[in-house]
Design a protein around this ligand. Sequence first.
Ligand code: NG6
Ligand code: CA
Length: 509
Amino acid sequence: MIKLSLLSVSFLFLMNTAFSQQTKQSENSKPNIIIIYADDLGYGDLSCYGATKIKTPNIDKLSQQGLRFTDSHATSATCTPSRYSLLTGQYAWRKKGTDIAPGNAAALIKPGTPTLPSMLQGAGYQTGVVGKWHLGLGDETGPNWNGDITSGPLDIGFNYAFLIPATGDRVPCVFVENRRVVNLNPNDPIEVSYAHPIGNNPTGKEHPELLKMHPSHGHDNTIVNGISRIGYMSGGKDALWTDENIVDTLTSKAKQFIVDHQDKPFFLYFATHDIHVPRVPNKRFVGKSGLGARGDVILQLDWTVGEINKLLDSLHLTKNTLLILSSDNGPVVDDGYQDRAVELLNGHTPAGVLRGGKYSAFDGGTRVPFIVKWQGKVTPGITNAPFSHIDLYASLASLAGVKVAANAAPDSYNELGVLLGKEKKGRDYIVEHAMNGTLSIIKGKWKYIEPSNGKRIDENTNIELGNFIGQQLYDLSIDLSEKNNVAIAHPTVVTELAGMLANIKTKKD
Ligand code: NG6
Ligand code: CA
């Protein structure tokens, strides 16, 4: 009897030691990092951010488990520059040619450039990107769609890539895995042009009768899967994606990457296609939101986030994974297709209380949802601390125990304390970048928008771009919707912020 219980006690002791060692090991090793970067998701698009016309239960759950930011900013109001800045830690507006890229653009981030994934790779991480790239591929002449694609993610620090090369609305409508177009039949080579029609594929402009969704502006070139796109392509028939299945393909690739690398520290940059146009939800989500296609793809994104969160739980990775959900820029309702998003809004406000949206210098352009979850390390709650995506590079370097190289991430600051909810103050200022190049700076409660003679309203999307020939100053503490320009009443603040912005532009901060 005594012998038995002694045995069981020592067994228990051994078990206990083994268990605590295992926990210790996983706590001491570098945490996995996942960034789910949604596309065009607005500040008001999620129920945890106050949306009442749509329910996003999986993201709400993430928000309950994590830290929800009210003042987090993408670096730019469009995709390419935001992603450029995220991956390099350098403001895209410092670098020519980083505006919205065509689908056959050459690589915008040249091999050898220090990047977020290369920094993490150097720290022992396995690094992967799944989803929308939109940062160009290939050397000076652009990508070789029919051979090995050089100068892509694998050349700037990713070990694995599964890509939509540009966007869902730009040709070529094919996936690229590592260096190759997936399912390409060599006897049916792909040709792409953004300058002139190519091959015999019908275009939306000439054959609107073939379309299942019509463009509202632009998007009338080559038809793929009943939807006309930006740009012309021919060939690659076996490789063409089916829009309805993109969500499942990307989500399963992202999950597979996590499963494959669960034993090592990994970094996954999961750039969803949702909720960008064309909005073509999988049949599981069609009609489910009551807000039309735009609402349905928000539900689809919500499902995706739930899948990743559940997988982390089931693999027992939750305690050792920092999971970030955000968006590359603010929302847009009609972004070029007649998908009835405008008609079916039903009072939903994609930018919440913010003015403007995608493309805009107003906060609707860059203030986006941002949720951070790391069980046991990030205390769940809400933070009003300012945070800019430009700081992810240096903050994650700090997390991974890496010193940022002298030539790397020139605009990125280590704000790990803010990212993990330990600090409230955040960086001193935030710079925002609108589509036409207009820059704004936020410091404390003040937001200054530099003068611009750009258009005030984008005639395609109807979005207020925030451009004005004079200086603009808003007190965000009482006027988050940027309705009252108080520049004239506060000349000293204007001078201070304009001066700061001028210094930042010339890099003397
Ligand atoms: C615009 C497109 C828009 C979208 C955007 C890029 C037209 C008229 N509009 O030029 O539909 O593709 O570029 O979006 O073509 S982003 O989220 O990738 O920046
Ligand atoms: Ca975008």
